[in-house]
Design a protein around this ligand. Structure first.
Ligand SMILES: N=C(N)NCC[C@H]1O[C@@H](n2cnc3c(N)ncnc32)[C@H](O)[C@@H]1O
Length: 418
């Protein structure tokens, strides 16, 4: 591999600054510290570059590198690391709100939460964080009798939300406040903090940070968080059609041999997550398992920097191990002592949601047999500069139960940003 890269290397490599430390997870990945200056020889893909540090060469994650001198990094901090203009700009138009409102599983789950707790919501003070068009606040006013709902929305959608509240006769109960939840002032503490904050792989967008800051500032002692907890679920899976469409395709297109393009296809298509993947239950090679659990009462903002979960899967049927699929479930505890929780499960056994699932492909498929074990860990690491982004690193190892399965292991790193 190194020799291939060497003859691809351009004459004038570019100098990049490491914005944070990275530990390479196998022989062809570089390890470097924040502040190191790397020479980038080949930008092999949008996510991985072939670089050099003090004579060592290997792949480096592009999102960790920034071109130019140190003062540029200070400039980076002057740029908005939350990219709020773009982020809240996107929520100022209807496209994303239409997608969320059209998602019946998601929206009806919140409606069910309000409905099944309507008696206990009487006279309560509610905060709907990131209310968007105000749908959850309108459910509260329509299906229960809270004393007030503070509907907080940072984007320009807030002015329309006010109109919707009036249009639906809820202005007595619902007060719309435009601003970031962590910056606005409320006249009182709240009994319930409800929010629909989940992004791809649960955490992408990191709106959850705003929810935690608002919890610490506005949720009264003994108040309720909706969702109350969240779980990220993982399963090793086959992805035959995705693999066929993006890799096998190059075997004999129109009777020609295009296989020299397969390494390019692997880099271009399989080194980034596939959002909105719909896994068939049959594609699961094992029983899915929750690898990360978040308690919304105890979770702290600093915990979000790195969240790690372990897994151990027993392969239940032979097939091709193409990758891992991830999804999440959030739970809404009942306001009544013995009441049943409501859950919103975005996995393959539930009605599809707009999040669907996320597929992480291996560099190359491994054939596995029933009884083999796939163990390892998943690490969600928040981007130290771009605060709505994160990387997902999957370390995995196969212990074959039979001679046929070659015992192998690898680590794959993915960057989650649009
Ligand atoms: N992944 C999601 N559920 N995104 C929903 C995001 C909704 O919450 C709004 N929002 C996100 N963060 C905040 C915040 N800190 N303060 C107020 N509104 C917010 C955003 O404008 C959009 O209407």
């Amino acid at each position: 591999m190194q020799s291939e890269k060497e003859d691809e290397e351009d004459a004038s490599p570019e100098e990049y600054l490491a914005l944070c430390s990275f530990t390479g997870s196998d022989s062809d990945q570089l390890t470097f510290s924040s502040g190191d200056r790397l020479l980038v020889h080949v930008k092999t893909s949008s996510d991985w570059w072939w670089a050099e540090l003090q004579g060592d060469k290997g792949y480096a994650p592009a999102c960790y590198l920034r071109q130019g001198a140190t003062e540029e990094v200070e400039d980076a901090s002057l740029e908005d690391p939350w990219q709020d203009e773009e982020y809240f700009g996107s929520y100022g138009t209807l496209r994303l709100h239409l997608e969320m409102l059209s998602d019946k599983s998601r929206t009806k789950a919140y409606q069910q939460v309000v409905l099944s707790n309507s008696a206990s919501l009487r006279s309560k003070v509610v905060m709907d964080l990131g209310c968007g068009t105000g749908i959850i606040s309108l459910f509260c006013a329509q299906l229960a009798q809270p004393s007030v709902v503070y509907a907080v929305e940072a984007s320009s959608m807030a002015e329309y939300t006010r109109q919707l509240v009036k249009q639906n006769g809820c202005e007595e109960v619902v007060t719309v406040l435009q601003g970031r939840a962590e910056e606005i002032e409320l006249p009182e503490q709240v009994d319930i903090l409800v929010s629909e904050w989940m992004g791809n792989c649960l955490l992408f967008e990191f709106m959850v940070e705003s929810v935690l800051l608002a919890r610490d500032r506005w949720l009264r002692e003994g108040g309720v968080m909706w969702p109350s907890s969240a779980a990220l679920t993982l399963v090793p899976c086959q992805a035959n059609s995705y693999f066929a469409e993006n890799m096998a395709f190059w075997e004999r297109p129109y009777g020609l041999d295009f296989t020299p393009l397969q390494p390019l296809a692997q880099q271009e298509f399989f080194t980034k997550p596939k959002f909105s993947h719909l896994i068939e239950p049959d594609d699961c090679l094992s029983t899915p398992c929750d690898v990360i659990f978040l308690d919304m009462y105890t979770l702290k903002v600093k915990d979000l920097e790195e969240i790690e979960g372990q897994f151990q899967f027993c392969v239940k049927k032979s097939g091709f191990f193409h990758g891992f699929t991830a999804w999440f479930t959030v739970y809404f505890e009942s306001l009544e002592a013995e009441g049943a929780a409501v859950e919103l499960n975005t996995g393959p056994d539930s009605e599809p949601t707009h999040w669907k699932q996320t597929l992480f492909m291996l560099d190359r498929p491994v054939s596995v047999n029933a009884g083999d074990s796939i163990s390892g860990s998943v690490l969600l690491r928040r981007n130290p500069i771009w605060r709505r982004h994160m990387t997902v690193t999957l370390h995995w190892k196969i212990n074959g139960n039979t001679q046929e399965t070659d015992n192998c292991q690898a680590n794959i790193l993915f960057s989650l940003y649009t």
